[in-house]
Every structure is written in C-alpha cells, then in structure tokens.
Ligand binder design. Sequence first.
Ligand code: NI
Length: 162
Amino acid sequence: MAIRNLRYQGDDILKKKSKEVPEEDISTEKIQTLIDDMIETMHKYNGVGLAAVQVGVLKRIVVIDLYDDKGPIVLINPVIIKTKGEQEVEEGCLSFPNEFAKIIRPAEVVAEYTDRDGRRMQVKAKELLAQAISHEVDHLNGEVFVDKIIPGTLEYVEPEEN
Ligand code: NI
C-alpha cells in the first residue's frame, strides 16, 4: 500500500467527470491496490471520505470512514437513488485544506453501489454518512463543495501545529 498524492483546489482534474468502473475490472490488482491506497491516504490525512479523482484517477470509486465500528466502506459506481429532507452541516474536503463552510445536504440518502468484492449493494444513510456519500458522489461528477456552500460561511482554519 502507498500514500498517493492529493490533488488540490485549482487542479482542473477536480472539475472532470469520473468514469464507471467495468464490473470485470473490480477484482484486478490495479483497482484493488488503488482502493487500498485510497483508504491509506484518507487515513493519513484524517479524512472521512475520498474520491479517486482526488488522487488523480478519474474512476467512480469512493472510500468513506466514519471511524466507527463499521470500518472503511468502499463504494464503486455509486448512484444516489433517493434523497429525503435536508440538513445544514459544516463541511470540509481534503482537496481544500483548512477550509470549512456550511452547506445544505440531504438528511437521508439511499445509494446503490458495488463493493470491492463485486457485489451490488444498497445503503440507507443519514446524518454524517448521508453527508459523506453526497459529498463524494459530487466529486465523481466534477463538483466540489465550495461551489454550493451557504454564501458567507467559508472559513479558513489555521492548521494545528504538530
Ligand atoms: Ni472532498
């Protein structure tokens, strides 16, 4: 496994739409290694989620970890099939270090995706997981959170010294 280089604000790749992963490619070493590297990179930077485009790969792959007992989840070719309600949340993104803003996200989402073993799955999510799925699926469509924040709420937070 390896830490991959993150792509940051201003990099045009973040505005590009990612491509579907063919089902037969999911078991390949290339894709499985990419997934492992994405998880390691997300953990290294204490992220809750990471889309492949953020490490420069235009494939519809997302990893999410809420640091609860479920461990990291891997969503390949995710599709949000239903949303319900709204939540106003504080949000950041590993591609926009130290920037946080308020944003309206769906309160609940139902998403279909393929897991890393090639099984088509469905997840019903609320609160932080709903927010994370919504944020990461936006990345796959070339959308970043700063484009849809509540105006005037963007804050720059100084990084903590280590
Ligand atoms: Ni992000």
